[in-house]
Design a binder for this molecule. Structure first.
Ligand code: AMP
Length: 146
């Protein structure tokens, strides 16, 4: 059986993200696989403001993208992932991860699982959502009490 060749790591900036990064890095090294990293910014819905509510600045989305890029750049440096390609995209988190896995022909998606219980488990997390539509294997890294 062939080992993984292209691993797609999906990150948010929640506590415990380091554990997910290190697992993906370790796997990429073990398999001699390429590593790509994605963070998705969800678009703001530009509904007309209600009375008394300030409207969002026109370039708000650009500002969010810029600050997400800064955060991801810092995470990549902190976790020693400089050899990976990384990107920040705008869209629905689940579909954007799936689309990129398809486009980049990733054969493994690495994602965090925060092991939450109750309602959020019933409704499904991002990991759950990705797992059900992924074109490839998915590794849900269990994040220990960050
Ligand atoms: P959640 O279901 O929100 O607890 O997220 C579980 C995992 O999904 C995170 O640990 C990340 O691996 C991934 N994820 C969540 N949000 C994003 C995002 N905006 N961009 C990329 N990956 C994400």
């Amino acid at each position: 059986m062939k080992s993984y060749q292209h691993i797609l790591l999906a990150v948010d900036f929640m506590p415990g993200v380091e554990q997910i990064c290190q697992r993906a890095k370790q796997l990429a090294e073990c398999c001699d696989a390429r590593l790509s990293i994605i963070h998705v910014v969800e678009p703001m819905i530009m509904a007309p403001p209600y009375e008394g509510m300030p409207s969002l600045p026109v370039d708000f989305e650009d500002q969010m993208l810029d600050s997400a890029r800064d955060s991801l750049r810092q995470l990549v440096e902190k976790e020693g992932l400089e050899e990976a390609n990384w990107t920040v995209e705008i869209g629905a988190v689940k579909w954007t991860i799936i689309e990129h896995a398809e486009q980049w022909q990733a054969d493994l998606i690495v994602i965090g699982s925060h092991g939450r219980h109750g309602l959020s488990r019933l409704l499904g997390s991002t990991a759950n959502a990705v797992l059900h539509s992924a074109p490839c294997d998915v590794l849900a890294v269990h994040v220990e009490n960050p």
